[in-house]
Write a protein that binds this ligand. Structure first.
Ligand code: CU
Length: 257
């Protein structure tokens, strides 16, 4: 609050004593001050596309992970640790990234949230494994394990990075500037560690939860190309039309390969 006041006072001071030129220059300031709410505004009201990602067939068993050389990580798992490639609960599929691929109004720009997305490393696994961020939104990468992790991003469109986090509690902030679905993240120390981040220049994306549910909110009325991505099952696209403020149910089904 104090910071806001400090920022506002000089603007008023200039407005009070400045000439026409300064007035014109400062005239846009209050609106700009409101602009960050634009990102919030998008999420309020509007249409939504939501539903459940379903899985048919039998999912392959997730690979076992040998954590014998990382006792601290092994201790965080009950029994045998596995690589959660397929998270299926009652026929519902988690970790599917769903996003609006095309159809948004041309020329519209969106402001990234100021809050970061947190990518944790715990039990020598990434949490979350699949997630989305907006371009230039901060990703807070943290190490909750008392072991060395090395986070490597291997994008095609964006600039990659390679960060060493040798101690528990370390945090490193990173961003991606370009739209890219998806950017793989991996650990050079633990070959089984994988995560994927979808980077978009708009806020219309979601990742299916453990119960398969997802929801993309705040959409303007329109017809959209929606894509769903899974790390092992690939992508599928669908066309979804929503009226103003309509809550559209769009279930998605992936089948075992
Ligand atoms: Cu690691």
């Amino acid at each position: 609050m104090r910071r806001m006041l400090l920022a506002v006072v000089p603007a008023f001071a200039i407005l009070a004593c400045g000439g026409a030129k300064e007035d014109a220059a400062e005239g846009g300031a209050p609106e700009q001050g409101e602009a960050p709410a634009g990102a919030t505004k998008v999420a309020e009201g509007g249409a939504s596309i939501g539903g459940t990602v379903k899985f048919t067939g039998t999912a392959p068993a997730n690979p076992k992970i040998d954590m014998n050389e990382e006792a601290a990580c092994k201790a965080k798992h009950e029994g045998q640790a596995t690589d959660p490639e397929f998270v299926v609960n009652d026929g519902n599929l988690a970790n599917v990234f769903i996003y609006v691929k095309s159809g948004l109004p041309a020329g519209q720009t969106y402001t990234a949230p100021t809050s970061p997305v947190v990518l944790d490393q715990s039990g020598c696994l990434y949490k979350p494994r699949v997630f989305g961020v907006m371009t230039n939104q901060q990703i807070e990468i943290k190490n909750s394990d008392p072991v060395l992790h090395n986070i490597k991003a291997v994008p095609k469109e964006n600039r990659g990075f390679n960060i060493s986090q040798p101690t528990e509690g370390m945090k490193t902030m990173r961003t991606f500037a370009m739209r890219e679905v998806v950017v793989p993240l991996e650990c050079n120390v633990h070959s089984w560690m994988n995560a994927w981040v979808g980077v978009l220049d708009h806020p219309y994306f979601a990742t299916s939860a453990p119960d398969g549910s997802f929801k993309i909110s705040g959409l303007p009325a329109g017809t959209y190309e929606v894509e769903a991505w899974h790390e092992k099952l690939g992508t599928q696209t669908m066309q979804v039309t929503v009226a103003a403020d309509e809550g559209k149910t769009q279930d998605i089904t992936f089948a075992a390969k």
